[in-house]
Design a protein around this ligand. Structure first.
Ligand code: IMP
Ligand code: MG
Length: 173
């Protein structure tokens, strides 16, 4: 079940999104920016965030899936990649949440291998306590405790993504 009081209300989220948009707008002035949303989780954050960015940009999406590989280590697979040539572009990866860091670290290395001008990361939520792989987070919305959260794009079994706020999810017993 989704617990009563939101961890982050839609007002708190939209205020923070505007702040992130302001920082990004300043940092990318005069740069060839491509905003890349990581689906599905980032869909709502991505669409709200790009509306607050005041520099010209192009956009694209990536889909990555992670699964437990044969040696019990987590493996990541890119199911959809950025289409454009990246050699003259500054890439901003936009993700819903960083947990262990495994997914974003893999995506970041994959994008870096395509030789863009730069790669930066913007994540709405950061569960820092859970980190297994160090990933540089350039823009962070909120640091949250080690709880499973849903809403505003985040899911449990692909449900609850449409909630306009973020709540802690607990399995009912
Ligand atoms: P990482 O590779 O462990 O950093 O995992 C990141 C991915 O795990 C995110 O893109 C989410 O899809 C998922 N995830 C991690 N924590 C949560 C959570 O609290 N709620 C929903 N999805 C989560
Ligand atoms: Mg997910």
């Amino acid at each position: 079940m989704v617990t009563g009081k939101p961890l982050l209300s839609s007002e708190q989220i939209s205020q923070r999104v505007r702040e992130l948009g302001n920082m990004i707008s300043e940092d990318y002035e005069g740069k060839n920016l491509i905003a890349v949303g990581i689906l599905k989780g980032a869909f709502m954050f991505f669409s709200d965030l790009v509306k607050t960015i005041r520099v010209p940009l192009s956009l694209d999406f990536m889909i990555a899936s992670s699964y437990l590989g044969t040696s019990s280590t987590e493996e990541v697979h890119i199911k959809r990649d950025i289409e454009d040539d990246l050699s003259d572009k500054h890439v901003l990866l936009i993700e819903d949440i960083i947990d262990t860091g495994i997914t974003l670290n893999y995506i970041r290395e994959h994008v870096l291998a395509r030789s863009p001008e730069s790669v930066k990361i913007c994540a709405l939520l950061d569960k820092k306590e859970r980190r297994q792989v160090e990933v540089p987070v350039d823009y962070r919305g909120f640091e949250i405790p080690n709880e499973f959260v849903v809403g505003y794009g985040l899911d449990y079994n692909d449900m609850f993504r449409n909630l306009p706020y973020i709540s802690i999810f607990k399995k009912s017993t």
